[in-house]
Structures are given as structure tokens and as C-alpha cells.
Design a protein around this ligand. Sequence first.
Ligand SMILES: [Zn+2]
Length: 272
Amino acid sequence: MIDICVNIHNKQLQGDRENLLARASSAGIAGIVLCATDLQMVEANIALCNKNETTIHPQLRTTAGVHPHDASTWSEDSSARLIQFAGNPWVCAIGECGLDYNRNFSTETQQLRAFEAQIEVARVVNKPLFVHDRDSRGEALKLLTRTTLPATVIHCFTGSEDDLRGFLEAGFYIGITGWICDQKRGAALRDLVKHIPLEKLLIETDAPFLRPQNAPMSFASDHGIAAKWKKRNEPALLAWVVQEIAKNRHASAEEISHACSTNAQLLFAFPT
Ligand SMILES: [Zn+2]
């Protein structure tokens, strides 16, 4: 399996990174895409990918981009720096970028500016575009379909049936997180997940966020993880997302994880 979104620098995942990667490996995770949310993090992720190359841990890749929450940090030379990062062999996508009108940590104007610029960068460097869209009221789709794009991933999809139809018609990949396991918030997604063609489906933890609710709470204590982090998510819990997707598609977990692995390998150039 390949976990297409892990926020490895989040403080909840600090302290036991080596063990976390080893647990991922034991849980069948062959590859991880580290998500970058600003330019500094791209550098930190590339350093981790370099360091990891010599170990038996899952294969690491990183995105390069600026998250809508951090769009206020976007400056005139950001596009040029991203184009430069894209030449690095570990950089597998541009993003995560997009619109998040749920929290508006950056203003809508700042978010639009950074997003439009990154769409253009992905076109210039011809790398996949890694998109975060939360409550943009269809605006992200509108911007994305104005032009011809490289392969595009809507990560952590939590939208409506109309949103999904629009993204699929545009040919985009859809990333599913532990949101689907959330008893209350995940109901709509559990219903929609069967409409996603297998060849467009991707799986992700978005760790340390969105811990799958079906995963046993004893996981932390079973693995010697500090009690204060017992509610965090990590790549080793990805199989619980797969299980919930499989259940709602009346498919086997093997079928889902195999298809999603193949999709992620091709998209992010992991070794097959
Ligand atoms: Zn995101």
C-alpha cells in the first residue's frame, strides 16, 4: 500500500519517527508521500527522503507546494522556487495547494493567488497536481477545469455528490482518508465512495489527523506510543481506511489496496 498524504513534521509525529516508519513497513506500507505545506517544509521533506534512501523503511516521496492555510506566505519568487524543487527526483507532485474556505487562515484572495500560480507551475513542470479543497463552493473545480492539467489528485475528498461528479468528469483522482470511518461526518462519503472508478481511487491517512475510528484504541499502548498521542493517526493505520472503503463497495480489502497501490505507483513514480 502507498499512503499518499502524511504530515510528517507535525509535532504529534515527532519523537518516534523511526519506529513509525518501521510500523508502517510491518503494516504493509511500501511507500509514503510526505505532504509539504510551505516551501521550508519541501526542503525538510527532501532531506528526509535523502536520509531514508539507505534504510529498509517505506519509500518516501514529497510534494512541493504551499497549502491554502499558508497562502499568505506566497511571494513573487515562490513559483520560481517550486519549479526548481520540481527538478528534484524526490518531488512527485505540486501541492498540496488549493482552497480552504472552511477556516480561512489565509484570506480568500491570498488563497486564490497561490492556487492559480501553483496550477500554472504544475503545467510548466508537468508533474501531478495535489489539491486540497474544503468548502470552496465549487471554485476549486472551476479554476482546475479552465485549462488542461497534468494528472490531478483531490486529496482528502469530503465533498458532495455534485463535487464528486465534477471532479470525476474532469478525470481527477480522488483520495480517501479516515474521514470515511467517522461515524457521523463520514456518512455521505460512505455512500459516495462506490461511485469512484477503481482506477481513480487513492488512499491516505493524512496523519496525524483523521484517525480511522474503526482502528483499535489499544494501538498506541500495544506499540509503546506515548499515551498523550493515543488519538493520533499514523501510516500503519491505513488498512482501516481500506477496510471501510471495501465494505462500502462490496469489494475485498485486497482488491482495493491493490488497485490503489497501482494507481499511486504510476502517479507518483514509485518503483513497481
Ligand atoms: Zn489537505
